[in-house]
Design a protein around this ligand. Sequence first.
Ligand SMILES: [Mn+2]
Length: 315
Amino acid sequence: MGRTVDFIRRHRKVIVVSHIRPDGDAVGSVTGLTNFLRNVGIEAYPVLKHGVPTVFSFVPGADGVLTELPKGDLYVLVDASDWERTGFDRPDAPIIRFDHHLTGERYSEHDLLDEEAPSATSLILRFLREWDEGAIDLSVALPLYTGLLTDTGSFKNREGTRAFEDAIYLVERGVNPRKVAELIFREKPVKMYQLLSLALKTLSVVEDGKVAYMVVRREFFEKTGASREHSEGFVEYPLSIRGVIVAMKVEWDPEGYWKVGLRSKDGGPNVAAIAEKFGGGGHYFSAGCRIFGEEEEVIEALLSEIRKHLYSNVT
Ligand SMILES: [Mn+2]
């Protein structure tokens, strides 16, 4: 890790960038790492093609996030499997990747990839703790905690102690967990619930109650005026049904594809393997992919892949 620190230090202008349609982990990784780099005297810029979703606007540095990619000497790709996920053309400068998914592209010997990390911000935290603990102030801790909280589904999605150890560390740095939870989970616009009520009408439970899914159609967004960020987390609803071990959310995307979120529970199949069949990826219990086609065809293709994994122990 010391070598990676030296490598970053050799560059004058560092650009930190993550994926389109950013979630809490992408926002937290981009802002937390940028704030730290500035604390240690490095010129750094946070970039997200689609900007910061309103729900995360409280994160320190959120208002400084750029939506265009500046020229830099080094690009740090965080919480993303490959550069294409940023929505930008590939820059003419070195890229290093910090991510908690092992799949995806490798960019340099300085890539930090650790599937054991519950969030990209957790991996970044471990790296920054070795770099300079004194530079981890609240402007770094709060974004990192936001990524940790959201990517673990409020500490529901991971086993073991690591997420809690990181949380203790970050709370000791000044993060107020109650306040953060309030800002993220108790500031929903009513449009979100209007969108949810339409989406819940599509809820289907199939395969003897083992599989549940929900569709978020284009017209639901149009009818309610909700935006795409409001459907974040909807996959929890089919997943929370008793007996269901695989859940999915199939959502219209303005770019013409269906954005698919897949989740698995104890005893369920590896949804990363299912997502990979469609060019996506993720973790055993949480994965996603994008598919072009008609709604019915897309759902049938997904269900048929799920069936294979459900009944034949393929992983
Ligand atoms: Mn993540």
